[in-house]
Ligand binder design. Sequence first.
Ligand code: 1HN
Length: 348
Amino acid sequence: MTANTQSEQRAAYYGQIAQQKLSPLWESLHNLVPKQPKPTAVAAIWKYAKIRDLVLQSGSLISAEEAVRRVLILENPGLPGKSSMTSNLYAGLQLILPGEIAPSHRHTQSALRFIVEGETAWTAVNGERTTMRPGDFIITPSWTWHDHGNLSTEEGGVPVVWLDGLDIPLVAHMDAGFAENFPKATQPVTRPEGDSFARYGHNMLPMRHTSADPTSPIFSYPYERSREALDRLHRNGEHDEWDGVKLRYVNPATGGFPMPTIATFMQFLPAGFRGRSYRSTDSTVYSVVEGRGVAHIGDETFAFEPHDVFVAPSWMPVRLDADTDAVLFSYSDRPVLSALNLLREERV
Ligand code: 1HN
């Protein structure tokens, strides 16, 4: 039998079996069971200096009310049309102008806000509002009402931009998305600002707290506190050759990750740091808070500065260099990999 007739016979056979909703495993086995992860997402960077004006321009094209959420999605070039940053995670830059409200709704997707610029916006969850300040990491737990606003111009409002991180692709893959709108634009405020931080933000828990909620009861992790911890550890001589000084955010009631699907981290790299290479099966999105440096991800090299966002997909070697003292926030799908016993790490 010639190669040609064989491939014709197979093609005809594949046509026949397709009519019975069948497909030949031997044609796809190598792709289905790769020797190591082959992420479709690629390493990429979004330079804030190039996109800031475009984000602000969206403010004159559509109101927050009409848009519901006025966001430019950071779409991974390897996942066109998928509104995704990685296979499991979403990232977007949201703009809210003075006087605007982003109306209250809830959904099963978990969200984080990492504030990029502006100090006059608030977000509300569970009847509590918190002011959003640059570098703060704020949680919107799954299925909680949430609305955002920006103080009016009379109070000195400025445009506020933050990075949204959600588990949208993961929840879509699980077919577990539910959403609904609150009957009014904003939810009632029932607790004073700072209430959840007083209860949960001081290495203490309310006396009769028993919940093992996988989502942290801390609503906002202020930058001031995280920065101070990194600074103190650096001055104490803490220095990891891969990470510099790196801390993970926790749910104080469980010691676990702050959200069931998303882990978050903050790290300090001293000026002159030349990090060693590591890789992991979680995919990580970085947001630069302070300083300048270079991220080497796979075969790519990205110079970074404050407010840039870059992504390291699963199993790509990552190496970080800092030209000045630098602070990086990052989030990943580590809790999911970990829970499913799929987390692998390699420090070279
Ligand atoms: C969402 O609810 C927000 O509440 C931001 O600010 C981004 C992206 C997709 C789906 C829901 C928000 C979102 C989102």
